[in-house]
Design a protein around this ligand. Sequence first.
Ligand SMILES: [Zn+2]
Length: 464
Amino acid sequence: MVFDTVITGAEVATATGTYTADIGIRDGRIAALTQPGEALEAPETVDAAGLTLMPGLIDVHSHHREPGFTHKEDIATATAACAAGGITTTFAMPNVHPVPNDAATLEAMFELYRRSAIVNWNVNAAGTDVEQIPALAAMGIAAFKVFMVVDTGRDYPHMPGIGVHDHGELMAIMEACVAADVPLMVHPHDQALMDHIERGYWDRGERDALAYAKAYAAHNGLIWDSAIATLLRLQEATGVRLHLLHVQTERSVELIAQAKARGQAVSAEVNPWALFLGHRWENIERLGSYALSYWVDEHHVEALWDGLRDGTLDLISTDHAPHTREEKEPGWTDGWKANTGTPSAQFCARMVLDAVHRGKLTLERAVELTSTAPARIFRVAGKGTVTVGADADLVLVDRARTATVEDAEVLSKIGYSPYAGQTYTGMPVRTFVGGRTVFADGAVTGAPGTGTQSRRDDRTAAVR
Ligand SMILES: [Zn+2]
């Protein structure tokens, strides 16, 4: 057999083991996996000696900002960042304008991705209109998303149409997701408690980014733990496949472990900002709103690492959330006036590989957390592993290369990274989407439109 591309001599890393192999790619799939030196024939050979080949990262939580907020980011720039970051499938979040909570709006959004996406994609539709859930589910989406946030003092990033805080409405949405057999992702948040906590800060005249960070983390993470306890109980009542977004407290990890021990269908994610940015108070002081997403105190961070290692926490996704400098600057005086969220798609793999380098995770666990688990939980067929027949969505990484993140290399439209100045060991050097190279030698080579929808596969059993 003649292949399209052959990769030779790579250390192949999967969730279950690591070995050296040559790989033949044909028609976008892995067609052969052989002992090194068997001389597979192809017009293109990639010498990967000294490099590690992993299944491409599958990022189920990313904010691409298109349509509606393309001054921050668009599908082309977001997916260019993905290509450079070894992410071969990216799921978009629905806080765009118009909000994709009906079939026509979602289809229009799909059309934008067909035209512009450099890597594979899907869209987590807003599950805020129960009537629309069956029609949206039929479009191959992998999950619905609901924010429990009803934002205070601003209407962005949590605009009307994406937030549901009423527990009865949440339960109805869960029931509709069960009927549609599609998982529900929820941003956990207790708005009533937040309203009370915020008032205390504002009454004392504390409004800057540091006050904002402390308010969200108040009482050892009360707003997160309260929301997650409610969501887990609702999951038990409805049987929905619940995915908890950006878990960040010790108590939440305990609650998730208890739910899993009872056999509940729950999965949970951690985002890089919790492990590598908001995990140090000094970063919040130095960068203000630029470092917020959220502040995660030290003892919580240790619980997150433990949970990632022992399986209580299932996956790492980016929560890539770019905002312009103009949208971050007001945080120095009013943290509530700055947009919350931090970009990370381009650098997440470097951080995870650095965690492997430092012994925080095994290489196999890193592959599981970033690729194999998201493919399994969201039923993306043919992805998340390196095996004959699987899609050739792959990333070659140099686990020994040490580099410092610089603003100058940022591909996101905003042109800066809160991780600038951080040094990590391990980085993607070449990314393949369906066998085609979309990033190599420091440059994105993939054309807009290369990516296709990573559809939910209903033939695959739902496995946690
Ligand atoms: Zn998010």
